[in-house]
Design a protein around this ligand. Sequence first.
Ligand SMILES: Nc1ncnc2c1ncn2[C@@H]1O[C@H](COP(=O)(O)OP(=O)(O)OP(=O)(O)O)[C@@H](O)[C@H]1O
Length: 217
Amino acid sequence: MTVLVLAGTIGAGKSSLTEMLAEELETQAFYESVHDNKVLPLFYENPQKYAFLLQIYFLNKRFDSIKRALSDNNNVLDRSIYEDSLLFHLNADLGRADETEVEVYDDLLKNMLEEIDSLSFKKRPDLLIHVKVSFDKMLERIKKRGRQFEQLEYDPSLYDYYKELNSRYDTWFEAFDICPKIQIDGDKYDFVENEQSKIQVLQQIKAKLKEIEGENN
Ligand SMILES: Nc1ncnc2c1ncn2[C@@H]1O[C@H](COP(=O)(O)OP(=O)(O)OP(=O)(O)O)[C@@H](O)[C@H]1O
C-alpha cells in the first residue's frame, strides 16, 4: 500500500511520471487538470490580481486529492500540497500578493496540514519524488509542450519567474522532511522520450520503496 507524490518545477515531467508509476505499480493516478482550470489563464494574464485566488484554488484541489489519496491508501499524485507554498511565496516576493494574503494563506495551509495529520489512517505519503531539471531543460520542456500562456513569447517576464522558481526548488527539497524523498535527474533521464531512461527511473523509485519498506519492518 503506497502513496507517492511527485514534485518539481513547471514542465519537469511530473504528470508523465505519475502516469508511468500508476501503470507500473497498478495504482490510481491523481492529476491536476490544467485545461479546466479557469483561474490559471487569468493568473498568467494578470498575476497581481489573481495570484491569491489561484493559490486558494490549488490549495483546495490539492487538499481534496491528498485526503482522498491517503484514505484510499494506494495512489500517485502529480503535484503535492507541500510545494504550493513555495510557488506562492515566490509570487509574494515578486509583489503579486500582499502581506495579509500571505498570512491568510499560510494559516489556511497550516490548518489543512494539521487536518491531514489527524487523519485516522495514513497521514503522510510514503515517498516524495522530486523531478529535478536544469533551467535550460525546464525552458525546453515548456516550449515543447507549448501551452500558450506559459510561453516566453507571451510574456518575457516569465523568464525571471521560471529561473527563480527553478532555483528555489533545490532549497525546498533539501528542507523537505514530511516523508521520505528521492530526487530524479530529469536532465539525465528523459523518461518520456527514452524507454531505457524510463526503466532506469522506475527502478530507482522501486529500489527506494524497497529500502523504505525494509526500514519500516
Ligand atoms: N501553486 C501554484 N502557483 C502558481 N502556479 C501554479 C501552481 N501550481 C501549478 N501552477 C501552474 O500550473 C501549471 C501546471 O503546473 P504543474 O507544474 O503542476 O504541471 P505541469 O507544468 O504540467 O508539470 P509537469 O510537466 O511536470 O507535469 C503551470 O503553468 C504552473 O505554473
